[in-house]
Design a protein around this ligand. Sequence first.
Ligand SMILES: *Cc1c(COP(=O)(O)O)cnc(C)c1O
Length: 449
Amino acid sequence: MSSAFAAGSVATRYRSTRDPSSSVSFSQALLQGLAPDGGLYVPSSWPRADVEALESETTLARLAARLITDFVAGDPIAPQLPEITAEAFNFDAPLVPLDTDGRLAVLELFHGPTAAFKDFGARFLAANFARLRTVNSPPGSRPLTILVATSGDTGGAVAAAFHGRPGIEVGVLFPKGLVSPTQERQLTCWGGNVKSFAVHGTFDDCQRLVKQAFVDPQLREQTQLSSANSINLGRLLPQAVYYASSSLEVWRKYGERASYVIPSGNLGNAAACIWARKVGLPIGEVVLAHNVNRTVTDFLHTGEWRPRPSIATLASAMDVGNPSNMERLRALFPELADLRTAVTAETVDDAAIRNRIRQGFERYGQIWCPHTATAAEVYERVVAGKRPGRWIVVSTAHPAKFSEIVEPLIGRKVSVPGTLAKLFARPTEFTEIAPDLSSLRAALSVGRP
Ligand SMILES: *Cc1c(COP(=O)(O)O)cnc(C)c1O
């Protein structure tokens, strides 16, 4: 694959947000997830995109390979990148116009196997892990176990992406009774190499268990543990691809930059957009749309970083009180004034989310999930009629995943896409465990010689 970047093939290294002095390769950053000092991996130096070369690509998979190639330069995985992106990017991210003059469009990121944008990151990460596994591990070595704590969407996307991969096992931990019935089905319909654990506790208990597992000597002897958490570089980087494709589409048509309103929680999706702009894609403004979890909105106003417990909202996948990827944004823009120029943020409450779901249907015939509606509300509030340009509202999930919320508001049934219907038809199976490490240890050993 030829490079999309002018600078050519200098090896790209990744450093922790907390320590600029040491660095690791791309695949080391993927396997480690979090840096040893607790920081997040960011590129030590930034490649520069060759926009013309990118524009010549006609599929998302090929655009992905060209965009990502200099991010993996010098890594043992690099020669396999075209194969990896062909496997990961096998569904579309269409840009759907909402008006006739091309001022407003919706970027639909929900056409993957679990009908949410997290499929892009999870599938790219899984395609990498499957290959790193064969490159790095001798036959007969310990299995690789991916542990993921989930309050809903992440676990489903990760399970789907890793299901059926030889040599890799997945443990999905979710709080019993605290995820929606639709979500529970997606977390428990896998079997095979994916084990689902309904933890008698909260999401925080699930997360604590995963952290404890990582430092438990007994488990580490049994298996090689890794995480598919959203802070993993391998989940973030592929998300830059749909910002590249959609901004280039706008650029081709109108010769103008695209600006985005992004439904945000942990800021992984938004960070990917800002990375795409950083390497030179024609991207203008980036507006973060948050629910009432206002940590980021308040920070941009006051300059004070005050994480807090999360508040439950209709846009539940964005119920994050301490968004981890802010650390990546602050690494890129250490000065508050620069960060404020780079992004703005707005907060939307549940009443406004409901109202926007209704309005979206009445005005545009669009059926939006609560997360997408949060972004559409921010567009109406701060952009429409005030800020010129070409705007894209990012749609992060299919509304059928949130039919309990959406259907009463629009007064009709939401049809379920084929991919989701297939999942819903599978039998479900899970193991209930107490919220302690010995229960998790025992459950993970089931079926192992
Ligand atoms: C995870 C998720 C988000 C938030 O994305 P971040 O990258 O965490 O900001 C928004 N919408 C949906 C549907 C999600 O699953």
